[in-house]
Ligand binder design. Structure first.
Ligand SMILES: Nc1nc2c(c(=O)[nH]1)N[C@H]1C(S)=C(S)[C@@H](COP(=O)(O)O)O[C@H]1N2
Ligand SMILES: [Mo]
Length: 253
């Protein structure tokens, strides 16, 4: 089987060294092709052989440098900026769509829910990795408050950041995972990074950690989680900004 972790890291020797800019000899497109050919295999093996297998975790001493900011590093709507100015206390996370009990959960209430921390490695498809400590609420706990309907299959994340601006308007970042990953024990809504409040550059006040997938699934700046039975209505139909632009929807590592 293709071991994409080794592929990404160019060998086990790099695995414990915090952020590493990797040998880019393979180039993005070659990497991308390998990802594409391995996607179904990885998804099948993760789902059928080990649906609850855990992503590797690390020790505090493995955190050699800060998380590297990538993609959007801020959001600039008036609503976002005024929340940021108030230390995000006015923030409300909304849970909508195919749920019995739609929720609006304040930043304070979220931090009073069950909390968990994990030291994991973030692998960006552009060829770098970072080890960091993430703290937050299990997504399962949040979804249980909202009671997903039996027809719900996916969680779609809607974000504050406009990743594209043009004459035809703004495109806000969006991502999605299925409910198997949503209920995975390491899937959290993180509000803490390396023992501090999640910085704006990393998606404050709330970003997703879905540890068995690549960086672009680690959705930052989340304002709404919408449960749905189909991804077709979102973006170009894949329910993911980057999947709609050619990357894999299931970005298994
Ligand atoms: N809302 C939002 N989430 C996002 C992105 C983005 O541009 N907007 N970029 C993604 C990509 S490609 C990566 S590698 C990670 C970067 O997370 P970091 O800035 O905390 O390292 O966020 C992901 N989540
Ligand atoms: Mo990324």
């Amino acid at each position: 089987m293709i071991d994409r972790r080794k592929l990404l890291l160019g060998g086990a020797a790099l695995a414990l060294s915090g952020c590493k800019v990797l040998d880019d000899a393979a180039g993005d497109s070659a990497l991308h092709k390998l990802f594409a050919s391995a996607e179904n295999l990885t998804m099948a093996s993760q789902r059928l052989l080990s649906p609850n297998a855990l992503a590797p975790t690390f020790e505090p001493s493995d955190i050699r440098q800060g998380q590297r900011p990538n993609g959007s590093v801020n959001a600039d709507s008036p609503e976002y900026l005024s929340m940021a100015a108030a230390g995000f206390e006015p923030y409300q996370l909304r849970i909508t769509g195919l749920v019995e009990r739609p929720q609006s959960i304040s930043y304070g209430a979220l931090r009073n829910m069950p909390q968990q921390s994990q030291i994991t490695r973030h692998d960006c498809v552009e060829g770098w990795s970072c080890i960091a400590k993430w703290t937050g609420t299990p997504l399962s706990a949040v979804l249980n408050e909202a009671k997903p309907k039996l027809t719900a299959r996916y969680a779609v994340f809607h974000c504050f950041d406009a990743i594209e601006r043009g004459l035809s308007g703004e495109v806000f970042y969006y991502e999605s995972i299925d409910l198997i990953d949503a209920y995975h024990p390491q899937t959290i809504l993180a509000y803490g990074l390396n023992d501090a409040a999640l910085p704006i550059a990393h998606g404050a006040p709330i970003r997703l950690r879905v540890e068995r997938q690549l960086g672009y699934k680690q959705t930052k700046f989340i304002h709404t989680i919408e449960l749905t039975d189909s991804l077709l209505p979102y973006g170009a139909g894949k329910g993911s900004y980057w999947a709609d632009r050619g990357y894999e929807w299931y970005a298994g590592i």
